[in-house]
Design a protein around this ligand. Sequence first.
Ligand code: FMN
Length: 136
Amino acid sequence: MLEPTQKPILLKIAPDLNNNQLDEIIEIVAETKIDGIIASNTSTSRSGLKASKKQLQEIGNGGLSGLPIKEKSTRVIKYLKDTSNKAFPIIGVGGIHSAEDALEKIEAGADLVQIYTGFIYEGPGLIKQINKALLK
Ligand SMILES: Cc1cc2nc3c(=O)[nH]c(=O)nc-3n(C[C@H](O)[C@H](O)[C@H](O)COP(=O)(O)O)c2cc1C
């Protein structure tokens, strides 16, 4: 009989975590031997948006994704990679809408990238653009 293969388990974190919280994440990965981190999920913050307070109130709560979270996600990836001394794989996600955005995530320390909002706004051609940029 074949041995059951163990599936990798990764922890997905918010882009809103501060450095102390990210230090705790690094400890948790070491303690639990979890297989890696996905950085990041959506944001609960509304900072830096052009929409008025009234508009934001009407829209209500929910996770913010896409370009407004791009830099936050990249910062989290870079902090985790540098501080953990590359101890675990990181999947970079958050605001990738172009090949340049994907390269930025990889340069920050992502081993893989994931696209969600960018896929909706830019379409499947984005994957081809990213692959071409990676080959270059
Ligand atoms: C409508 C919507 C639904 C989502 N559902 C999930 C989910 O079920 N599980 C999950 O891990 N992340 C979920 N996410 C988070 C995305 O996978 C991604 O981490 C986040 O949106 C940031 O990437 P992006 O800027 O490319 O969208 C969701 C995001 C959106 C916008």
